[in-house]
Design a protein around this ligand. Structure first.
Ligand code: TIU
Length: 230
């Protein structure tokens, strides 16, 4: 059991019942030529989340915490992509079109892969999701129930889109969701700030917000032993 400093207040977490969920750290969102860039975004803005996600991942791996990576993307025949999503806006490349990293937002294409800095290792779970939320049309809830997980440490991109949707879904399903703020990023810094502010408002309406330094310290056995020293 650890006590993690967070907003709106510290949260006690049983680590055996806690999972790290890394949302959509894919080349399609973080590298030029992918889905994020096709929507007109400056993808370099998301890179601030990489190092904090790496720290969280290393700490979670070191203590054997369940790690879940998610990827947004569609089947090659686009049967799981609603026309309303494909035809939305005026992107340079639509979902399914061929770009420099293969077909945009399609499973199995280079752009759909997780960035090398955060590549999953054997034993970690990868959830492929067709929507913004990681619970919608996926096995995520079943996996979490099977592993008796009650708490989610959530990071990744983008703060106000897939991170927020997943946290809202998870909160409604009874999970305590702690968003690791500096390990999330948005193409819109103001949206990032406001999205994080919404979560702990009203006594924690969607969950808690913490930061990677606090989480890594709380997960580190060294810190836990020194914390007991008077
Ligand atoms: N466009 C945008 O900000 N995000 C997405 O489309 N997906 C995720 O957030 N992963």
């Amino acid at each position: 059991m650890i006590s993690l400093s967070a907003q709106p207040e510290a949260i006690d977490l049983s680590l055996a019942q806690t999972a790290l969920v890394i949302i959509d750290m894919q080349r399609d969102f973080l590298e030029p030529g992918g889905f994020g860039a096709s929507l007109g975004n400056d993808v370099s803005l998301l890179r601030t989340a990489i190092a904090p996600c790496q720290s969280l991942l290393a700490a979670a791996r070191a203590m054997g915490m369940l790690v879940i990576h998610t990827r947004e993307g569609h089947l090659p025949d686009l049967s799981d992509a609603p026309p309303a999503k494909i035809m939305r806006g005026k992107p340079e490349l639509r979902i399914g079109s061929i770009g420099p990293m293969g077909r945009v937002l399609v499973r199995g294409e280079p752009g759909h892969g997780i960035i090398p800095e955060l590549a999953p290792v054997t034993g970690e779970i990868i959830i492929d999701k067709p929507g913004k939320g990681a619970f919608y049309r996926t096995e995520l809830n079943d996996v979490l129930k099977e592993q008796r997980i009650e708490n989610l440490l959530v990071c990744g991109v983008t703060t106000e889109v897939c991170v927020h949707t997943t946290v809202r879904e998870g909160n409604d399903r009874g999970y305590r969701c702690v968003v690791v703020g500096d390990a999330c990023a948005s193409y819109f810094p103001e949206f990032h700030r406001v999205a994080l502010a919404m979560i702990p408002a009203q006594g924690g309406i969607f969950g808690w917000v913490s930061n990677s330094t606090a989480v890594v310290a709380a997960l580190s056995p060294k810190r836990m032993s020194t914390a007991t020293t008077p």
